[in-house]
Design a protein around this ligand. Structure first.
Ligand SMILES: Nc1ncnc2c1ncn2[C@@H]1O[C@H](COP(=O)(O)OP(=O)(O)O)[C@@H](O)[C@H]1O
Ligand SMILES: [Mg+2]
Length: 249
C-alpha cells in the first residue's frame, strides 16, 4: 500500500531522511519510533507530498507519486488521511465543519449526505452531541478524536497518525489505540503511527520501525527489537520504559 525506496529529504544543507526504505502492506499497522527530531513527522509529510522528496521514490497503492503533479497528487491524497501531531483542527469552525471540511473540499456531496457522514464518523470515534462545539470547548482527548474523525471523512485506505496519544492519559491512550485497530478491522485501513508509547506500539502494531540518523535502523516486533542487540535500540527502549527518561508519563 505504501512504499519508499531510498527516500532522501533535505532541508537546505541538512539531511533529515537519508535513504529510507519503508513499506506498509494493505491492512498493516506499522509504528514509527525514534528520538525527537529524527524525521518521523518528515516521513509522514513526505508520504502525503506535503513536502517534496529530495531524491528517491514513493509508491502509494502501486502508483509512483513522488513525481506526480499537484492535481494528480490531490487524487491520491483522497486515499490517505492524516492526523497531525497537534490535531490541527480549525478553531474558528465547529466540530461538524471540521469533519465536513475534506468532504466539501474534495467532493460534491449534498448537505444531507455530508451531515450523515459527519455523524457516522463522529460515532465511529465515540463522540456524540458535540457537532456544534468549537474545538477549544473540548478536552484534549476529544479534540484528538475529532481530528481522527476528520481524517476518516473520505474513507481513506491509509491513515497516518502523528503522535495520536501524546499528552493523553492512559485511559484515552487505550481508547485511541483501540480506535486505530478498529479502523483496521472494520475498513482494512493501513495505518502508520508515530508514537513514543512503547506499550501502545507493541499492542497495536504488526511491526515497529526504528528511525535513527535518517534511516530505518531496524524493524520488527518489540521482542525482536529487544533481541537485535543494537546498543542504540536497547538504550532507546530502556529510556521509554516506565521509569525511564522518556516513558512512564
Ligand atoms: N520545513 C522544515 N524546514 C526546515 N527544517 C525542518 C522542517 N521540518 C522539519 N525540519 C527539521 O527536520 C528535523 C526532523 O523533524 P521532524 O520530522 O519534525 O522530527 P520528529 O517528528 O521525528 O520529531 C528536525 O531537525 C527539524 O528541525
Ligand atoms: Mg514529529
Amino acid at each position: 500500500m505504501i512504499e519508499t525506496k531510498d527516500l532522501v529529504v533535505k532541508f537546505g544543507s541538512k539531511t533529515v531522511l537519508d535513504g529510507v526504505n519503508f513499506r506498509a502492506a494493505a491492512g498493516e499497522i506499522v509504528t514509527l519510533m525514534g528520538g525527537s527530531g529524527c524525521g518521523k513527522s518528515t516521513l509522514l509529510r513526505a508520504l502525503m507530498k506535503l513536502i517534496n522528496a529530495t531524491s528517491g521514490q514513493i509508491f502509494i497503492d502501486g502508483e509512483r507519486v513522488d513525481d506526480l503533479s499537484e492535481t494528480k497528487m490531490n487524487e491520491v491524497r483522497k486515499k490517505m488521511g492524516m492526523v497531525f501531531q497537534e490535531g490541527a483542527l480549525f478553531d474558528s469552525m465547529n466540530v461538524r465543519e471540521n469533519v465536513a471540511f475534506p468532504l466539501r473540499r474534495h467532493t460534491r456531496m449534498k448537505e444531507k449526505e455530508i451531515r450523515e457522514i459527519v455523524r457516522e464518523r463522529l460515532e465511529a470515534v465515540g463522540l456524540k452531541g458535540v457537532e456544534e462545539n468549537r474545538p477549544d470547548q473540548l478536552s484534549g482527548g476529544m479534540r484528538r478524536r475529532v481530528a481522527i474523525a476528520r481524517a476518516l471523512a473520505l474513507s481513506p485506505r491509509a491513515l497516518l497518525y502523528d503522535e495520536p496519544t501524546a499528552g493523553l492519559d492512559p485511559l484515552l491512550t487505550a481508547t485511541v489505540s483501540d480506535l486505530i485497530m478498529r479502523m483496521r478491522d472494520r475498513y482494512g485501513t493501513t495505518s502508520i503511527v508515530v508514537t513514543h508509547d512503547i506499550d501502545a506500539a507493541s499492542r497495536i502494531s504488526d511491526r515497529i520501525a526504528m528511525i535513527h540518523e535518517g534511516r530505518i535502523l531496524t524493524e520488527g516486533k518489540l521482542d525482536e527489537l529487544e533481541r537485535c542487540g543494537h546498543p542504540h535500540i536497547g538504550a532507546f527502549l530502556n529510556a521509554m520504559r516506565p521509569g525511564g527518561a522518556i516513558g512512564g508519563n
